[in-house]
Structures are given as structure tokens and as C-alpha cells.
Design a protein around this ligand. Structure first.
Ligand code: AMP
Length: 194
């Protein structure tokens, strides 16, 4: 299973991907987690990315593509993957298409978790208090939502035009949302095999 999870910051992509990876037997690849690990390790790339991330902006497409290419080359990603946080703009969606066709691993499904903005702000506030992520402070969340609307929302359109997008209601109990995502994946696999 090769899946892209789309959705605004705080829509539950990370939480759902962590649940689905065990059930689907494929790794959860979060570009945000990879960048945070690079920041924590103090690598040159991490040092460069930190200020951009703290400001709620997007890190450069070149850095992300290189990072993703290395990650997808690892053994565990041969069985598939759940991508969380990538692609974040149309250039990345295009780059991903090329990368996946070059390595012969086209996407099976793209699922967008739909959560209203008011709920997003509340969720990020809770995460800010619990995890202390600098970019979850309310002001930066507003900036990230602006970038999402401008740059990431068109990515959903990109996949919708290719008939690949499934939109799932991301509000509700975790189990309910997981069940909705799995139902969307089942209907994709039925379409693919019919
Ligand atoms: P996330 O954990 O996915 O919300 O990502 C946290 C931050 O990492 C984002 O606000 C960006 O600064 C950066 N980031 C993560 N993924 C990407 C990406 N695909 N392109 C650019 N920046 C990214």
C-alpha cells in the first residue's frame, strides 16, 4: 500500500498514520518528524530548517525531495509507505509523481482528512500545551493554515483531477476516523481491481 495522507496541520494525519502503519504493515513517513529529528540532531540541514519551521513556513523543495528520496530507498519502504506531510505544494506533488514512477512505486491512494478550521486551531492549541512544538503557537498556526490554503489545498485538486482523491471526515473518535480511512482504502482497491 502506497498512500498519501493530506490534511491541514492538526487534522490528525500523524495520529492516523501511526495507527494505520501497524494495520497496513508499511512505514509511516512523516517529513515533519524527519525534519524535527534533523533539528534535534543539530545536523547542518536541521540547523537551516529550524528557523523556517519555527516561523511556520515551508522548508525548500530541494531539501525535502532529497530527504524523501533517501527515505524511500530504505528497505522497509519497498513494501509501501504512508506519506504524511508531503507533498505540500504542487511542485512537490509533481516531483513525487516523477520520483515514484522512476522507482516503479506509483501511489495507490490519496486520502484527505477534512477538519473545520475552528477545530484545527483548538487541536493545535492542545498539542502546543502537550508537546511544546514552537510552530503550534496560535499565531504560527494561523500562518500555517494560510500556507496550507494557498499552497497545499491545490495538491488535493491535483489528485482529484487524476481521480485519486478520497476525502474523509476527520472529526470524531480516533477509531471512527481510522475506520473511515480504511473504508476509503478498500473502495480504492476495489476500483483498482475492477
Ligand atoms: P508537520 O509536522 O508535517 O506539520 O511539519 C512541520 C513543519 O515542517 C512544517 O510547518 C514545515 O516547516 C516543515 N515541513 C514538513 N513537511 C514539509 C514539506 N513537505 N515541505 C516543506 N516543509 C515541510
Amino acid at each position: 500500500m502506497r498512500l498519501v495522507l493530506l490534511g491541514a496541520p492538526g487534522s490528525g494525519k500523524g495520529t492516523q498514520a501511526a495507527r494505520l502503519k501497524t494495520q497496513l504493515g508499511v512505514p509511516h513517513i512523516s517529513t515533519g518528524d524527519m525534519l524535527r529529528a534533523a533539528v534535534a540532531a543539530g545536523t547542518p540541514m536541521g540547523l537551516k530548517a529550524k528557523a523556517v519551521m519555527d516561523a511556520g513556513q515551508l522548508v525548500s523543495d530541494d531539501i525535502l525531495l532529497g530527504m524523501l528520496e533517501d527515505r524511500l530507498a530504505q528497505d522497509d519502504a519497498k513494501a509501501g509507505f504512508i506519506l504524511d506531510g508531503y507533498p505540500r505544494n504542487l511542485a512537490q506533488a509533481d516531483a513525487l509523481d516523477h520520483l515514484l514512477s522512476r522507482i516503479g512505486q506509483p501511489l495507490d491512494s490519496v486520502v484527505k482528512l477534512k477538519v473545520p478550521s475552528e477545530a484545527i486551531v483548538g487541536r493545535c492549541e492542545i498539542r502546543f500545551k502537550a508537546e511544546g512544538r514552537a510552530d503550534d503557537n496560535p499565531e504560527t498556526v494561523r500562518k500555517r493554515l494560510g500556507i496550507y490554503a494557498e499552497q497545499t489545498a491545490p495538491v488535493a485538486e491535483f489528485y482529484a483531477k487524476r481521480g485519486k482523491l478520497q476525502v474523509v471526515d476527520g472529526v470524531g473518535e480516533l477509531d471512527e476516523v481510522t475506520a473511515r480511512v480504511k473504508a476509503a482504502l478498500r473502495s480504492d482497491s476495489m476500483t483498482a481491481s475492477s
